[in-house]
Design a protein around this ligand. Structure first.
Ligand code: MG
Length: 405
C-alpha cells in the first residue's frame, strides 16, 4: 500500500516538530461552528474550523490515534494520511473529509506561525490585499436552523417588500454584493415533494427579484439560493424568468448528485448558475468544470478537503475560465482561512459572510476593529491565519454540554 506516514528520520533538524494533541469544540453561533485546535511540541498551537453539522468532534478525536507524533508542516501529506487511514470508514468523501478540512486549516496556521509567513504566502501568491465579501441575508426570518433542522417563518416573511427592506439594510452597511434564499414554503404546493414549481410560485419569485432590483439598482451584485429543491424543468423555467434581472448568480437549483442534469440547466439560460458547496474533493467538481456545467463554482473550503484542495478546484476552474466564489457560513476562524485562500486565487470573485444576526461574531477573535469594513476583509500579514481566538468569548458560547476550552 502507499505509505503516507511520517518518516521522522527525514525531518530537517531545524523543523523537527510533532503534533501532540488534537481537540475540537462546538460554538453555538447561528450555525454550530466546529473549531479544531492542534497542539505541537514546538509550543505553537494552530486553529481551524470544519463545516457545521454533527459527528465532527468524534472524527477529530479519532484522528489522535494516528496523528499524534506527525509533522504538522507536511500539511497535504497529513490530509492524505487522514483520508487513507479513514477510507475504510467511508472517509474518501463526506464527514471525514469535512473533519480533515478543519484539521488542514489548523495545520496551515501552525506552519505559518513556525515559518513566519501568512497562510496566503504558503499557498503561493497574493493577488489582492482585500477580499470582497457578499452578505447572505434574509427577508424577515426567512431561514433559520433550529435543533439542526430548517425552520421556516410564516408566509408574511417572504413578501417582496420584506426582501427589499433587508437588501437596503445590507447595502447601507457597505456591502456591494448580497444573496437571499429563494426557496420558500409556498413552493411546496400543490405537491410537497416533487420539486415542481407552479406558475404562481415562479411569479412570486420574479416579483421578489424585481422589487429588490428596484430598491438597490443594478450596480449591486445580487444572488439567490435555492438549496437543491427543483426539478429540471422548473429550474429551467425559473432561471429563464429571472434573466432580465442580471443576477450575480442563481445557486443550487437542483439536487446535487446528477451532474448531467446540472449541465443541462446551466446550458439552458443566460442567468449565471452556481453550485458546489456540498461536493467533496476535487473529484466531485472536476466534471462540471471541464464540461462548462457551471458558471461560478462555489466549493466550501471547510467541507471540500481544506485550502489546498480548494486550490486544486480553483486551478481547474481557472483552466476553464470559470470564477470561484467560496461558500462560507463559518465563525471568524474559518472565514479568515477563506480570506487567505481567496487572496491566493487568481480567479476569485467574492466570498460569503453568513452571520449578520450574530452580534458577537467579531468578538470571537481577539482584535480591536471589525473584520469586515465596507464590504471587504483586509488580508492579514501576521504569520499563520493572523487571528487568535478570544477564549473567554468562545467559552461563553460553547454548545450546551460541550467540553470546556
Ligand atoms: Mg448555498
Amino acid at each position: 500500500m502507499r505509505d503516507y506516514s511520517d518518516h521522522t528520520d527525514d525531518r530537517h533538524p531545524d523543523r523537527d516538530v510533532e503534533i501532540t494533541e488534537i481537540n475540537s469544540y462546538v460554538i453555538d453561533g447561528n450555525f454550530e461552528w466546529n473549531l479544531i485546535e492542534i497542539e505541537t511540541d514546538a509550543g505553537v498551537t494552530g486553529i481551524g474550523e470544519a463545516y457545521r453539522g454533527g459527528g465532527i468532534p468524534e472524527l477529530v478525536a479519532y484522528t489522535n490515534r494516528f496523528l499524534v507524533g506527525e509533522n504538522p508542516l507536511d500539511v497535504e501529506r497529513v490530509v492524505k494520511r487522514i483520508i487513507q487511514e479513514m477510507s475504510g470508514h467511508g472517509g474518501t468523501t463526506g464527514k471525514v473529509v469535512t473533519a480533515a478540512s478543519g484539521i488542514e486549516i489548523a495545520l496551515w496556521d501552525i506552519a505559518g506561525k513556525i515559518l513566519g509567513l501568512p497562510v496566503y504566502q504558503l499557498l503561493g501568491s497574493k493577488y489582492r490585499d482585500e477580499i470582497r465579501i457578499y452578505c447572505d441575508t434574509h427577508a424577515g426570518e426567512a431561514y433559520r436552523v433550529a435543533d439542526g433542522a430548517t425552520a421556516y417563518a410564516n408566509d408574511d416573511a417572504y413578501s417582496p417588500e420584506a426582501y427589499a427592506d433587508a437588501a437596503a439594510e445590507v447595502t447601507d452597511m457597505g456591502f456591494t454584493a448580497l444573496k437571499f434564499d429563494l426557496d420558500l414554503p409556498m413552493d411546496n404546493t400543490p405537491d410537497r415533494t416533487n420539486g415542481r414549481l407552479t406558475n404562481g410560485a415562479i411569479e412570486h419569485k420574479r416579483e421578489i427579484v424585481e422589487t429588490v432590483r428596484s430598491e438597490i439598482g443594478y450596480d449591486i451584485d445580487l444572488a439567490f439560493d435555492c438549496h437543491w429543491e427543483y426539478s429540471v424543468e422548473s429550474a429551467k423555467r425559473l432561471a429563464r424568468e429571472l434573466e432580465p434581472f442580471k443576477l450575480m448568480w442563481l445557486e443550487d437549483l437542483l439536487p446535487p448528485e446528477n451532474l448531467d442534469a446540472q449541465k443541462a440547466v446551466t446550458a439552458s439560460t443566460h442567468t449565471p448558475i452556481a453550485t458546489g458547496e456540498n461536493r467533496f474533493r476535487v473529484h466531485e467538481l472536476s466534471d462540471l468544470l471541464y464540461d462548462q456545467g457551471v458558471d461560478i463554482i462555489t466549493p466550501d473550503p471547510t467541507t471540500v478537503g481544506g485550502l489546498a484542495e480548494t486550490m486544486k478546484i480553483a486551478s481547474r476552474a481557472e483552466e476553464n475560465y470559470i470564477p470561484i466564489s467560496p461558500h462560507n457560513v463559518c465563525s471568524p476562524i474559518g472565514t479568515m482561512a477563506c480570506v487567505h485562500l481567496c487572496a491566493a486565487l487568481p480567479n476569485f470573485d467574492v466570498l460569503e459572510y453568513h452571520a449578520l444576526e450574530v452580534d458577537w461574531w467579531d468578538d470571537l477573535v481577539a482584535q480591536d476593529d471589525p473584520l469586515i469594513q465596507d464590504g471587504y476583509i483586509a488580508v492579514p500579514e501576521k504569520p499563520g491565519l493572523g487571528v487568535e481566538l478570544d477564549e473567554r468569548v468562545a467559552s461563553r458560547h460553547l454548545l450546551d454540554g460541550d467540553a470546556t476550552l
